[in-house]
Design a protein around this ligand. Structure first.
Ligand SMILES: *Cc1c(COP(=O)(O)O)cnc(C)c1O
Length: 356
């Protein structure tokens, strides 16, 4: 068995892969492959309906919100958000907590005035800034709930007098959230929800339609709401596999149950990082992510050989992002706790071998 700690596209449950491959051969008694069936058939419309329904159930999405399945990744949301929510000359408030946040800031600057209210850039994004006040006179507040590259996560949402927009690409469906605290949530599916190719947007309907800007149809949330995420051909297979994964999550007891597992997995690995004299964490302890766990070695010279040591045990995907170095273990929902134990064991055996 391979232990896949890759940061994304993510590990998905084996049963999801099996069901998905079955549907490539024959989908739901239609005699056709999921890859060739029309997206306008009742069979596929049922897939979109179920995917949206499962997202609503799993996240307890309240009335007044629309759930959209779009394309273009979280990266397109960096522009779609300001295009739909920000008037020219109007300010929007952003926190700069990593590479993804700064890319969101860069795009927003094309559409209005961006006020970066807090940043952890000067500490290589190793913490989540907290001492700031969100002003009343901006169009919205944008934050990134989990910084995939640096391994920090917002464990608390600041109080906001203005609409809250959140990039949840790498921790959506990993923990219980109160959707009503947000006005727009977006996430590329491939970190926790499904395969690459579909992007989840949950938007409070009443925040839309307030800019004077002309918005191209494909970039207008209202058009996609009207079209039920079928304004054009949707990413049929990515949606189907996401639906299978959402079913799996539901059968596991939903987000509250998976959150407990995610806490156990993260605690176990952080305990080892803190205990083992060869390793150390890279982030402020109170801001540590449960999804992406970053750590380095006290002696960087040993990093190459630990990477090889782990790979020989089929532990893959733990090389850190180049901007942090060291290691990053991504532990999305489908990563079994046995994989975490294998990594911990490798760290212990490596320390033993290096006589600690
Ligand atoms: C991966 C990631 C993105 C980029 O997602 P794409 O779907 O590749 O555009 C944006 N934000 C965060 C937090 C991410 O982890």
């Amino acid at each position: 068995m391979i232990h896949n700690f890759g940061a994304g596209p993510c590990i998905l449950p084996q049963e999801v892969f099996k069901q998905a491959s079955q549907a490539v051969l024959e989908f739901n008694g239609t005699g056709l492959s999921i890859l060739e069936i029309s997206h306008r058939t009742p069979e596929f419309e049922a897939v979109v309906d179920e995917t949206v329904r499962l997202v609503k159930e799993l996240l307890n999405v309240p009335e007044g919100y629309s759930v959209l399945l779009l394309q273009g990744g979280a990266s397109l949301q960096f522009s779609m958000v300001p295009m739909n929510l920000l008037n020219e000359g109007q300010p929007a408030v952003y926190t700069d907590t990593g590479v993804w946040a700064s890319k969101a800031i860069k795009e927003a600057k094309l559409f209005g005035n961006v006020n970066v209210i807090a940043s952890s850039k000067d500490k290589n994004y190793n913490f989540i800034p907290k001492d700031y006040q969100i002003p009343k006179d901006a169009a919205y507040f944008h934050c990134t709930s989990n910084n995939t590259i640096y391994g920090t996560e917002m464990h608390q949402l600041p109080k906001s007098p203005i609409p809250v927009v959140c990039d949840m690409s790498s921790d959506i469906l990993s923990r219980v959230i109160n959707v009503a605290d947000y006005d727009l949530i977006y996430a590329g599916a491939q970190k926790n929800m499904g395969p690459a190719g579909v992007t989840l947007v949950i938007v409070k309907d009443e925040i839309l339609g307030k800019t004077d800007r002309k918005i191209p149809s494909m970039l207008d949330y209202r058009i996609h709401i009207e079209g039920g995420s079928m304004y054009n051909t949707p990413p049929v297979f990515a949606i189907y596999v996401s639906m299978l994964n959402l079913r799996w999550l539901t059968s596991k007891g939903g987000v509250a149950e998976i959150e407990k597992e995610n806490i156990s997995k993260a605690e176990a690995l952080y305990r080892e990082i803190d205990r083992n004299p060869l390793f150390k964490g890279t982030c402020a302890v109170e801001d540590r992510s449960r999804m992406n766990i970053c750590f380095v070695m006290e002696d960087p010279e040993l990093e190459k050989s630990f990477l090889k040591f782990a790979e020989d045990r089929d532990i893959i995907g733990i090389k850190g992002h180049r901007s942090v170095g060291g290691f990053r273990a991504s532990m999305y929902n489908a990563l079994p706790i046995t994989s975490v134990h294998m990594l911990i064991e490798a760290m212990q055996d490596f320390a033993e071998k290096n006589k600690f």
